[in-house]
Design a protein around this ligand. Sequence first.
Ligand SMILES: [Zn+2]
Length: 446
Amino acid sequence: MSAHSSNSVRAYRGKLLHFLADPGDGHDEHAVQFFEDGLLVIEDGHVKAAGRAADLLPALGKDVELVDYSSRLLLPGFVDTHVHYPQTDVIASYGTQLLDWLDRYTYPEEGRFEDAAHAAEVADFFLDELLRNGTTTALVFGTVHAHSVDVFFEHALARNLRMVAGKVLMDRNCPESLRDDPATGYRESAALIEKWQGRGRLGYAITPRFAVTSSDAQLELAGQLAREYPETHIHSHIAENQREVERVRELFPWSRSYLAVYERFGLLRERAVYAHCIHLDALDRTRMAETRTAAAVCPTSNLFLGSGLFDFPAARAAGMRVGLGTDVGGGTSFSLLRTMSEAYKVAQLAGYGLSPWRAFYLATLGGARALALDDRIGNFEPGKEADFLVLRLDSTALIARRLRAATTPAEMLFALMMLGDDREIAATYVMGRLAHRGEPALPALR
Ligand SMILES: [Zn+2]
């Protein structure tokens, strides 16, 4: 490390975990890197090196600032592959399943986003809440209002966050006040793409809510946008709830399956992400894998709304890209730790396991791969953008006590994902800069 560059270099010492590939159920050293005494070296907002402290410390320049997190765990920033910022205020709304939940809670709430000032206030809170939970990248629904995306991106840009979001396309089977029409939806989406795609760290997602609320004409134009702007994401829902699946069958009687509707309109490709993917068949899973379309798995939402259980083994056997989503407000927590915990319970109900290695992979590199952003984020390979978080390991008396009894890294990680929440987040860093601190500042080591 040259003396010349050391002013912009900073190093963080602590336990360190990141992934190079899907670890499956085991701790394969080609997939998992865990260092009990690790060092993360950041230069100009990017990862310069990550490894054993004993290997990296001697090469560190004398004037490099070294931050001591040695009783903490460093992780790449969490990636939330499916969440609705306009539903922040309807989280924990009682007693309905999907279609009634939309009518009773979600649509009235999204109606309030007609007011751009309200949208901006919620976007600001939402982004702070993500950082409080260690989430540094998310794929985010707006509302039908184009300004819902403008204000969201303005706040994300101010925080220098890597965020992907889009305006909802919705022209039928919803309240009149929340409808666009195919031409308007197309025009507003194209204008938002021109304005925001690639600005700062932002990306646009073409966002038909789901097949139920878009006409054939609107889905056709969504597919046209996806062809005209191949660098964008596509973001929607699929096969969440049985009544929803039946409704799609009625609305698209010609289609072999729900997924085949989206395929017919050119909406399966890399950077296309579909939330839920519960009620799919084997051919659907194969088509998702072949087209590099990803699934956002949302266990807190699927349990809360009584939707069903995602089939992790079938998805893995098919070779599907999978990430975790909180799906707030159908989901019940912004925390990826809480989401991992519920994913484990979903797996248990279906008679298999979800190893802590794979759970932490899904919340980091797996999510980045689902979003096809793994060339920039998701782990600590040199050159990656330095979005990372620090877990306390002692945020509650119970966690501190349970971890004292843990004898292996896997046991520690499993206890953290089962017992942890936003209180575990000691700090969240964005491009190497502190963006949230959840505990009092620790002194620099030297
Ligand atoms: Zn959703």
